[in-house]
Design a binder for this molecule. Structure first.
Ligand SMILES: NC(=O)c1ccc[n+]([C@@H]2O[C@H](COP(=O)([O-])OP(=O)(O)OC[C@H]3O[C@@H](n4cnc5c(N)ncnc54)[C@H](OP(=O)(O)O)[C@@H]3O)[C@@H](O)[C@H]2O)c1
Length: 251
């Protein structure tokens, strides 16, 4: 299919998990894509997967100059940008009492502050019309144990998504929407600091059993929703936060 033919798209965190799957789906739908990552091994792997056609740019979300540099790189590469999927993020679930100033700041720096200032830097680069999709989380829609600071970063993202429409839709033709996945089977779960494989599978089983559908989501199930929000058929969708979580939030 060619649902994104001719679209110039930026995908942050396009080296792994949901972002990697979405980048591949975008390319299959006819888009030209530029992706970002931060970990050298992950960037190398993505370069092997994508080959020469897709620039894989290292841009640490904790470094605001790198975010502004990324916007400039996007401008040099594409001229104008039709779609941005701002997806790069980290997860850190822990008991409320165990959070430190550093762990709190790391979550907010990567998941919120970088998205805020990258979006600001991208405004002059985004075409009129264009579509920006933010990756939030269903944890922003409920009260899940140990989600506290992480869930708050995603609630901030959902809030920014709505207010940016007020700031930028009429004046710049940029529409913002979000996806809010529930637990999705990606490498994110191997980055939670659980070393023991048996304990890791126990955690994944416990997560799956809490989902009414009985399983975790697949990256392609999120990617498909992002393709919809990126494409012109969703042009009338503005300020929506699409929850994809096997029924966890509503049941
Ligand atoms: N998986 C889930 O259950 C789930 C549920 C709801 C929402 N989400 C959200 O979905 C997004 C993607 O998660 P995922 O599950 O696909 O995780 P993932 O496989 O760990 O991918 C995370 C991506 O973000 C990038 N990233 C991490 N820290 C970064 C930094 N400091 N600077 C730049 N890039 C950085 C990673 O780059 P490298 O590969 O180069 O390290 C990677 O490309 C996140 O925002 C997450 O909060 C995930």
């Amino acid at each position: 299919m060619n649902r994104l033919a001719g679209k110039r798209a930026l995908i942050t965190g396009g080296t792994s998990g949901i972002g990697l799957e979405t980048a591949q789906r975008f390319i299959a739908e006819g888009a030209d894509v530029l992706v970002t990552g931060v970990t050298p091994a992950s960037i190398d792997k993505a370069r092997q997967i994508f080959g020469d056609k897709v620039p894989v740019v290292q841009a640490d979300a904790r470094d605001l100059d790198a975010q502004r540099g990324l916007a400039e790189r996007v401008r040099e590469h594409f001229g104008k940008l039709d779609v941005a999927f701002l997806n790069a993020g980290v997860s850190d679930w822990r008991p409320f009492e165990d959070h430190t100033e550093d762990s709190f700041d790391r979550l907010f720096d990567i998941n919120v502050k970088s998205v805020f200032f990258l979006t600001q830097a991208l405004v002059p680069v985004l075409a009129n019309p264009s579509s920006v999709i933010l990756n939030a989380s269903n944890s922003a829609h409920g009260g899940y144990g140990h989600s506290n600071a992480y869930a708050a970063t995603k609630a901030a993202i959902a809030s920014l998504m709505r207010s940016w429409n007020a700031d930028l839709l009429r004046s710049h033709g940029i529409r913002f929407n979000a996806v809010s996945p529930g637990p999705v089977d990606t490498p994110l779960y191997s980055k939670l600091g659980i070393e023991d494989p048996a304990q890791q599978s126990a955690v994944l089983e416990a997560i799956s059993s809490g989902i009414p559908l009985g399983r975790m989501g697949l990256p392609e199930e999120v990617a498909e929703a992002v393709v919809y929000l990126a494409s012109d058929v969703s042009a009338f969708a503005v300020g929506q936060d699409l929850i994809l979580d096997g029924g966890q939030t509503v049941l």
